[in-house]
Design a binder for this molecule. Sequence first.
Ligand code: MEV
Length: 321
Amino acid sequence: MITVSAPGKLMLFGEHAVVYDRPCLATAVDQRMFVSIDKLEEKTLELEALDVEVIGYKKPLEDLGKGDIPKGARFIEAVLKRLIAKHPIKGGLRVETRSEFSSTYGFGSSSASTVCLVKAFSEVFGTGFSKKQIFDFAYGAVLDVQGKGSGYDVAAATYGGTIYFMTGGETIEPIEVDGLPLVVGYSGVKVDTVQLIDEVAERAKNYPEVVARIYDGIAGVVELAKERLMSHDWTSLGELMNINEGYLSSLGVEGTKLATMIYAAREAGAYGAKLSGAGIGDCMIALVPKDKKQDVAEAIEGAGGEVVDLSVHVEGVRVEK
Ligand code: MEV
């Protein structure tokens, strides 16, 4: 038996535009997914994923990806199917997943568990996958299941740290960051990322040139933010967060609840604040001076959010034992 863990993620800059061949900046957070795997004699997948209510799930390997698959098993099935198509195995696999964080936060639990499974497979069957190979297998499976997505969450889970990322993993560049002073607020509103990508695409149909310019604008913000992040210029980085938020608002993904939390954070002294992820719900982030951390946290709570205590820039996928 082997256990592997991978971190969740937070988008710092560039959401939505990154779905359309623009860059983004993302960081790995210390809320980890754990996946344990064990070889089985029988050619079956056995899956226990309590946090997504998959209990005692069993399926012959030849049927992977077929039939009615519970939501919590889709990514695991998809990635295992891809893995054994390239690297056939003799028997089967028992897979157990466990999460340090609730899948409702939008930290990317499905992507992180998919990455864990590829790494665990590599260890158990000695395939020696590189990080890029782990990314490619896991991202392929994510596309099999949801049909779209930039893959930045898969990259953050695989590489860890903070990354400059281009759609589909065309570029995955680690960025050295020291002590990024973030406060993270959860809105309590659950969102469906794919649905939001579709809604933005639908709106874009009516104004394609305008929306393309918005994406280019976001890409410009990401490039500057990368520089400011590396030089630890938090004042400027905060302003860039606010500008990025303006673009996201114009795409229609800000949402009243997140906007209230974001404005509260700014008024309480944050350098800047923006949504993080698909928008409308999930989380917002605020960049804060040390002496304002408490004030900003209280303001976010006062606006109805839940402050999530976490560290960023943490290690990517790793073997636990
Ligand atoms: C969602 O966390 C971020 C989006 O840009 C989608 C993606 O990059 O896959 C909206």
